[in-house]
Ligand binder design. Structure first.
Ligand code: NAD
Length: 318
């Protein structure tokens, strides 16, 4: 079976993806530098179920390091790449814009150079709904004009998308850009809203609510995202962009209410001004993904949060 290089495979989405790939019979090489954007011990625990599988190889290293990439491409016959490694999230990017540009743009270009040289069969790039900024065209469509990104993170993702397009056209790399919309589920990054709020409510701590709680996000459950990635791995295409969202944006207040209900605890809300770089709404038009990837998200926010809270309760000691 083919070998897939997953970058960022110890993170939230990447660790689930590696498990899915190994399960269906792929060989997987996970390149991750276990950075301390959040506690690296979480990342080590994310990969426990696959670390000893003979079809899974862990390479601890950096996507910006040419020597590491050279060794990987010398040692393994990489057929496809799913490029997830990045510094993620809006807030950190406002504090450290140069680091974000370095990892998310330069790191991507470094990887694209190897993809071109070794003629991979598919390059999948993890982009983000944030590239749509505060676009007035709702729901967001893949061919909307992307006029302004409102955070360095979003600008880095958009820049990397442009490099992917250029490399695809220059070197004929079959390329898929996936724009993920607020992914959640077990192992979600600890600073993201659903995981942060669940922990704060459970521990009886104050819950910061930015704005009046009416901002909306198109929350997408991890299993649905994995279905979209797997479909993207297998479609024949030259260059395509797909939204992977749920298609049903939900207000922050409503999302908090569902967590309260599933935990059986009340949130001590503290209303604060909207944060710099945040957008009012994200909402995916998923008709193209439906048509070309047979992407039909199955997990409602209510069901997904129920699964998340169950997982949280089973794992909070560790
Ligand atoms: P994550 O932080 O959990 O995973 C990213 C992984 O990449 C981490 O394990 C990290 O150690 C690794 N990494 C970072 N810099 C690296 C480098 N220079 N070299 C090697 N490895 C490096 O994040 P996630 O939530 O799993 O997101 C995965 C991808 O999906 C990211 O590209 C992110 O921007 C994108 N995305 C995520 C969401 C979401 O809601 N989670 C939404 C849109 C886009």
């Amino acid at each position: 079976m083919e070998t897939v290089l997953v970058t960022g495979g110890a993170g939230f989405i990447g660790s689930h993806l590696c498990e899915r790939l190994v399960k269906v019979g792929y060989n997987v090489v996970n390149l991750d530098n276990f950075n301390d954007f959040y506690d690296p011990t979480i990342k080590y625990s994310n990969i426990q179920s696959v670390i000893n599988d003979s079809h899974y190889k862990l390479v601890k290293g950096d996507i910006r390091d040419t020597n590491t990439l050279r060794k990987i491409f010398d040692n393994y016959k990489i057929g496809k790449i799913v490029h997830l490694a990045a510094l993620a999230g809006v807030r950190g990017s406002i504090e450290k814009p140069c680091q974000y540009a370095d990892v998310d743009i330069i790191g991507t270009v470094n990887l694209l150079n190897f993809a071109a040289k070794h003629r991979v069969d598919k390059f999948i790039f993890a982009s983000s709904s944030s590239v749509y900024g505060n676009s007035p065209n709702i729901p967001f469509k893949e061919d909307d004009p992307l006029l302004l990104q409102v955070s360095p993170y979003a600008a880095s993702k958009r820049s990397a998308e442009l490099f992917c397009g250029t490399y695809s056209s220059l070197y004929n790399i079959p390329m898929v850009i996936l724009r993920f919309f607020t992914v959640y589920g077990p192992r979600q990054r600890p600073e993201m809203a659903i995981s942060l709020y669940t922990r704060l409510i459970d521990e009886g701590m104050e819950v910061p609510v930015y704005g009046d709680g009416t901002s909306k996000r198109d929350y997408t459950y991890i299993d649905d995202i994995l279905d979209g990635i797997m479909a993207a791995l297998n479609i024949k295409c030259k260059y395509e962009i797909f939204n992977l969202g749920n298609g049903h944006p939900v207000q922050l207040n409503e999302m908090l209410g569902i967590i309260e209900q599933k935990l059986g605890k009340k949130a001590m809300r503290k209303y604060l001004p909207m944060q710099l770089g945040d957008v009012d709404i994200t909402c995916a038009d998923i008709s193209k993904s439906r048509d070309m990837l047979s992407y039909y998200p199955k997990v409602s926010l209510e069901e997904g949060i129920e699964r998340y809270v169950k997982w949280y309760k089973n794992n909070k000691q560790g």
